[in-house]
Write a protein that binds this ligand. Structure first.
Ligand code: LFR
Length: 463
């Protein structure tokens, strides 16, 4: 994505340059990412961006969280594991035997998700093939965006917003929790120095610059490298009276705070305190998100049939009979596979009629997500004390009219939808500020977002 920002002129625009699939690959060792393919495609995209725009000043990188690559010297020790791999579940108890969850929560402020890096690292050492994984061989561990930054620049850093999702960063310090790392028996030396969004990571490696035809002087700048952190930057909200839903594969539902909330109630509600840009706190909960729909569609398409999502959603919108509202948070929906079958299984266990047609399944998913979104916004408000008056939906979910409308109706609050490309916008704005094309607080940056991408409003009044 190419971004052009001029705060004084009030302009902010994005140009799509390249888009490519990024699916998991099942290898003998488990579910992995094709990092090498991802890097190939993104560098091709960068080269294309440099052909279109010769005055690119900087590059910012963001991706999903928690997953990492291990390096020995410059060599990547295998493709990174995918957080949906099954290996993590078995490692959870071992970690909690050393550091009980209540203690972890006090230290790192994170909701329990079995794939948090801390559990993945414990699983790494107890690989199902009987080996002890690659942790013992590695001399550095880099989360996915940091791994990309390393390939581009040669610098090994850990960007703070994403590092905060590992479970190994102190919620109050923003630094690696060395004592916890030592107690868990992880090699402290693999963790790279923490940098903040806005810090320069320096120039491209000369070989990379030549390969990509990069303009002279282009540098890599740390942004909110956790995609959700960048997305929250671009929510055109007043954090004192708004909640946000960053809705794509996941639905990240919460509020932005100045200070973490690590109360027993927040822990019991499984709310996370992830690091935001400018020291803000992303107090939120992971709701399963549009994964429920995309993975169902993938299942239906497994024999080669192509399903038109727009048509499916239109059919879902015209379902008039009541549909099952299931618990979108149920852990059974986490792994890839037969999602419709698992939804039907949930319904059978809870004595509610399961959806029958694909349109009913889609409607049931949307209703269940809207209900989970509404309930989670209410919880976020109670736990944090933020008096929520509006809900902002950003990300791909902002295009889903049925979901936005039902979220407004189920929550009783107006939903403001957009921007769709919030993550890319937040990424670009933090770079723009670092380069002097914009200045001020997140509120100043959000004012620019609000004027460039007017949100679409959904009223809470029922049909
Ligand atoms: C969203 C996201 C979530 C994180 C999940 C796994 O893309 O980054 O914030 O919990 O993916 O990394």
């Amino acid at each position: 994505m190419l971004g052009r920002v001029d705060q004084r002129a009030g302009t902010l625009d994005l140009e799509h340059v390249a888009r490519f699939p990024n699916g998991p690959v099942r290898l003998a060792s488990g579910l992995h990412w094709d990092f090498t393919g991802l890097y190939r495609d993104l560098t091709a995209g960068l080269a294309d961006a440099f052909r279109r725009e010769t005055s690119v000043a900087s590059i910012g990188i963001d991706s999903w969280a928690v997953d990492y690559g291990l390096l020995r010297g410059d060599r990547l020790l295998g493709e990174p594991f995918h957080y949906r791999d099954e290996r993590n579940a078995a490692a959870v108890d071992g970690v909690h035997a050393i550091a009980p969850f209540a203690e972890l929560y006090r230290r790192n402020g994170l909701q329990f998700l079995p794939f948090n890096t801390v559990y993945q690292l414990a699983a790494e050492r107890a690989a199902p093939d009987g080996s002890d994984g690659c942790l013992g061989l590695a001399d550095s561990l880099l989360l996915v965006p940091d791994l990309i930054a390393f390939q581009l620049t040669g610098r090994r850093v850990a960007e703070r917003t994403n590092a905060s999702t590992t479970g190994l960063v102190g919620v109050h310090t923003g630094e690696w929790d060395d004592e916890l790392i030592e107690r868990l028996g992880f090699p402290a030396s693999v963790f790279a120095p923490i940098v903040a969004p806005g810090d320069s990571l320096g120039a491209l490696r000369p070989a990379v610059a030549a390969q990509l035809g990069a303009p002279a002087g282009v540098e890599v700048v740390a942004v909110g490298s956790h995609d959700t952190a960048s997305a929250v930057v671009a929510v055109p909200m007043n954090p004192e009276s708004a909640a946000y839903i960053s809705c794509g594969t996941w639905g990240l539902v919460g509020v932005e705070l100045e200070h973490p909330v690590t109360t027993d109630a927040a822990r019991d509600a499984n709310f996370t305190n992830e690091a935001g840009v400018d020291g803000r706190v992303r107090f939120l909960h992971n709701v399963m998100g549009l994964w429920l729909l995309s993975e169902s569609v993938r299942w239906w398409e497994r024999d080669g049939e192509a399903i038109d999502l727009t048509q499916l959603l239109a059919a879902a919108a015209s379902v008039t009979a009541p549909v099952a509202v299931f618990d979108a948070d149920d852990a059974r929906f986490m792994a890839p596979g037969d999602l419709p079958g698992r939804i039907a299984e949930w319904c059978a266990e809870h004595g509610v009629p399961a959806p029958q047609t694909r349109a009913e399944f889609a409607r049931s998913i949307i209703e269940s997500l809207a209900e989970a979104f509404a309930a989670t916004v209410r919880q976020a408000s109670v736990l944090s004390g933020v008096d929520v008056e509006t809900i902002h939906v950003v990300g791909g979910g902002a295009l889903n009219e049925l979901l936005c409308r039902r979220t407004a109706e189920r929550s009783g609050l107006p939903v403001l939808a957009g921007p769709v490309e919030a993550t890319a916008i937040g990424n670009v704005l933090v770079q723009a500020r670092a380069q002097g094309f914009a200045s001020g607080s997140l509120e100043d940056l959000r004012a620019l977002v609000a004027s460039a991408f007017a949100p679409r409003r959904y009223e809470p009044s029922a049909r």
